[in-house]
Design a protein around this ligand. Structure first.
Ligand SMILES: [Zn+2]
Length: 188
């Protein structure tokens, strides 16, 4: 995330970024959540912090209006790691995945932002990769049909599976299986 993006979030009081970063005002030494509705400071007076701790260590006090210090009870790192654990366990079971993610108590958009900010990849991309890796394993180690495999790893349709697989592996699932089983590489 760039300072320009942060500044935009501050100007728009964007709640999606609460907990992702904090901003402090150099002249008052007070720090806020991006969504704070206090008067917007001059851009040149703004300092950004990733955590409450960082802001406090730099000598800033939490704003009494938006109470950024209270967000520390749901640190971003904890949320991001929780999401990752869920993606790792439920990547092939979409319904259960959304149910479990719902329990974390952050909005869908915020969840995406937090995960992306922390891991540099969207949750969808992350679990798509997990699915493809699982598909590769099943293609080589089982005789399951490609339809079964696609279903087992949680793809809604065979065509989305084909598209995602081809994009990731550069060849179709069938060719991948054939190549791996023949021990022939990259001659598709
Ligand atoms: Zn504030």
């Amino acid at each position: 995330m760039t300072d320009n993006e942060r500044w935009k979030a501050v100007l728009e009081n964007d709640t999606h970024y609460d907990g992702i970063f904090f901003y402090g005002v150099k002249t008052t030494k007070i720090f806020c959540k991006p969504s704070c509705i206090s008067k917007v400071p001059l851009g040149k007076n703004v300092a950004y912090f990733a955590t409450v701790k960082q802001a406090e260590q730099a000598g800033y006090r939490p704003c009494k209006r938006c109470r950024p210090d209270l967000l520390e009870y749901h640190p971003i790192k904890e949320i991001a790691e929780k999401i990752k654990v869920l993606l790792d366990s439920y990547f092939n079971r979409e319904k259960e995945l959304s149910k479990e993610i719902g329990k974390i108590g952050v909005s869908y958009h915020r969840m995406i932002d937090i995960f992306k900010e922390y891991y540099g990849i969207t949750p969808k991309k992350y679990y798509d990769n997990l699915r493809i890796e699982e598909a590769k394993k099943l293609l080589v180690t089982t005789n399951n049909t490609i339809i079964d495999i696609s279903y087992n790893i949680g793809f809604a349709s065979l065509s989305t599976f084909y598209t995602a697989f081809k994009k990731a592996a550069n060849l179709s699932p069938a060719k991948y299986r054939k190549e791996q089983n023949n021990g022939i590489h990259s001659e598709a």
